[in-house]
Design a protein. Structure first.
Length: 214
């Protein structure tokens, strides 16, 4: 059963929609924790008419959510470090990230990040606000990521966290915002959710502090 994203994603004026795609055949070629489908389809062309049948593989993942955890009093941000198999070919497979996870049945992005913040960082979130939702890699995956921002008291945050039964070994990094932005500039943040979260904070930090320090 595929995971379904129900939010509207409207095309630009005159743009194509799902109605302009004809799925000829779809089959699951691998089913593990994740799923891989092979899809044969035709789609409408910008120049007019319909193109030939093409074959594409798509990696099926449940929707995910992550949270930028910010302390407006200390002007600190909480990031985490953990090993990631997808970074095995890079110089350092240990990624500097925001807290994130996969949505379980009946779970909302907010309830997920509140749970993950406790599991991965030992931190209780206060106010939580939506930031954006986006496809992480639409060239080959259907995963949609919801990014949120949350207020927290980071004065005592730190240590090693995670669920050992799930193989998690997570180190908490509490950083001054300027240090986190420097890590971004120095390319030490090597994943899209983390990059987007810190870029968003750079743009909205003062407005966020004005709202949350009331």
């Amino acid at each position: 059963m595929p995971w379904v994203h129900t939010e509207l994603n409207l095309p630009a004026e005159g743009g194509f929609t799902l109605a302009d795609v004809d799925v000829v055949r779809r089959e699951t070629v691998y089913q593990g924790f994740y799923r891989l489908d092979c899809v044969r389809l035709r789609h409408r062309l910008f120049a007019g008419g319909t193109g030939p049948e093409i074959k594409r593989e798509v990696f099926i993942r449940p929707p995910a959510a992550g949270v930028l955890i910010y302390d407006p009093v200390l002007d600190n941000v909480l990031l985490i470090e953990q090993f990631r198999i997808g970074a095995l070919e890079s110089d350092c497979p240990w990624q500097l990230e925001i807290v994130a996870g996969l949505l379980e049945a009946g779970e909302t992005p907010e309830s997920l990040v509140r749970r993950e913040a406790l599991e991965e960082a030992g931190v209780k979130l206060l106010r939580v606000e939506p930031v954006m939702t986006f496809l992480t890699s639409p060239g080959g995956s259907n995963e949609r990521f919801t990014l949120l921002a949350a207020e927290a008291d980071l004065s005592a945050a730190g240590g090693i966290h995670g669920l050992p039964e799930e193989g998690e070994d997570i180190r908490v990094r509490v950083m001054m915002c300027e240090d986190a932005f420097r890590a971004l500039r120095d390319n030490r943040m090597d994943n899209a959710p983390g990059i987007l979260a810190l870029q968003w904070l750079q743009m909205h930090r003062e407005a966020l502090r004005a709202r949350w320090l009331i």
